[in-house]
Design a protein around this ligand. Structure first.
Ligand code: SF4
Ligand code: SF4
Length: 343
């Protein structure tokens, strides 16, 4: 394990930036925070979760895929992708690190999405433990450890120091480069912080949210439940929950005629939208109740059914904070009985 003084963290950022582009959470003037590129003078945000998750690094909200021109029966294709340079994402929380595993299962399975794969290959993830988990957090319900986040390097921030421990070859290589701005240390402070985080998590309001009611094989039991009517009644279909979610991965592909050829691009879509998956014959899900049910059944039943039991939610709490009608996955889980009783 290595550490640097918190007051010297900019030396670490500067060292990383010598060879790779560095992104980290930065506070905005409106009180929100977002991942931004680090340059001298940019301050690492203290906030827990960025408003939008770091999935944009691998699956951007909009992305040009290719260009083409047609002439009679001929089509001329141009690969216009900008190959990624190596980059580091610092300050990723444990829930968001787990979201990359979920996205990997979607985008890296055959046929592999080469746009996504290239960015994953070029990235180094430095996670940071959540010393102050929020009331909206429930990542522990999905077996995630906010005190011990994954990533290429795990980091822990105390009031005076930042500690680093590599988990992968990529992480170890980067730590080697940081040897002049970090020093070898014991893990005593980290062990103490881990214990404190675990205690805080056990007292969080959503710490009792339980996944037992859900999982693969529960479609017949849950799909026709009358509970969906009431739960979905006030849903506006705004899609906010899907856009802030680190694991939502629906997208649309569209063509834009520039007047000098066509650009094919993709952009995020939302299963909460009435036009999502609309086809020539019409729409598969005609009501907001069906669309609402789809979002939660996908994360809590269909995804684990097809992915070794892994749920498609990481308990980041963003949808709890952002839904304009205060509906969210925790309320859905509790309504279906997904809450541990007090001991
Ligand atoms: S469903 Fe909500 S809590 Fe779960 S990962 Fe998405 S935004 Fe986070
Ligand atoms: S659940 Fe909330 S955030 Fe999601 S679409 Fe409905 S109203 Fe919007």
């Amino acid at each position: 394990m290595r550490k640097c003084s918190l007051s010297e963290i900019n030396s670490v950022f500067a060292e990383i930036s010598k060879s790779m582009t560095l992104y980290l959470p930065v506070d905005g003037s409106d009180g929100s925070s977002a991942f931004s590129q680090w340059t001298e003078g940019v301050k690492w945000s203290e906030s827990l979760n960025t408003t939008k998750s770091p999935k944009d690094f691998f699956f951007p909200q909009t992305e040009d895929l290719m260009a083409f021109k047609t002439s009679g029966k001929n089509i001329e294709l141009t690969d216009i992708r900008k190959e990624s340079e190596d980059f580091v994402v610092f300050g990723v929380r444990a829930c968001d690190v787990r979201s990359f595993d979920i996205l990997d299962r979607v985008f890296l399975s055959e046929p592999c999405d080469s746009y996504y794969a290239t960015r994953r290959e070029h990235s180094v993830i430095i996670s940071v433990a959540c010393s102050h988990p929020s009331e909206t957090c429930f990542c522990t319900s999905f077996g995630i450890s906010p005190e011990n986040p994954d990533g290429d390097i795990s980091a822990w921030k105390t009031d005076t120091e930042v500690y680093f421990s590599p988990n992968t070859e990529k992480g170890a290589l980067l730590m080697d480069k940081l040897s002049s701005v970090t020093e070898e240390c014991s893990d005593e402070a980290v062990v103490k912080q881990k214990e404190e985080i675990s205690k805080i998590c056990s007292r969080l309001p959503n710490s009792k949210v339980d996944t037992n009611t859900f999982g693969g094989g529960k479609t017949a039991e849950l799909f026709d439940s009358p509970l969906w009517d009431k739960l979905s009644e006030a849903c506006l279909g705004c899609g906010t929950c899907t856009f802030v979610c680190p694991t939502c991965q629906c997208y649309d592909i569209k063509d834009f005629n520039t007047g000098n050829g066509v650009i094919r691009y993709r952009c995020w879509d939302s299963c909460m939208y009435s036009e999502f998956t609309k086809m020539a014959h019409g729409n598969n899900r005609l009501t907001q109740k069906e669309r609402f049910r789809q979002r939660f059944m996908h994360k809590l039943v269909y995804f684990p059914e097809n992915n070794d039991g892994i749920f498609g939610c990481v308990g980041c709490g963003r949808c709890l904070a952002k839904c304009p009608i205060s509906m969210n996955i925790v309320k859905v889980m509790k309504k279906f009985g997904g809450e541990k009783s007090e001991k």
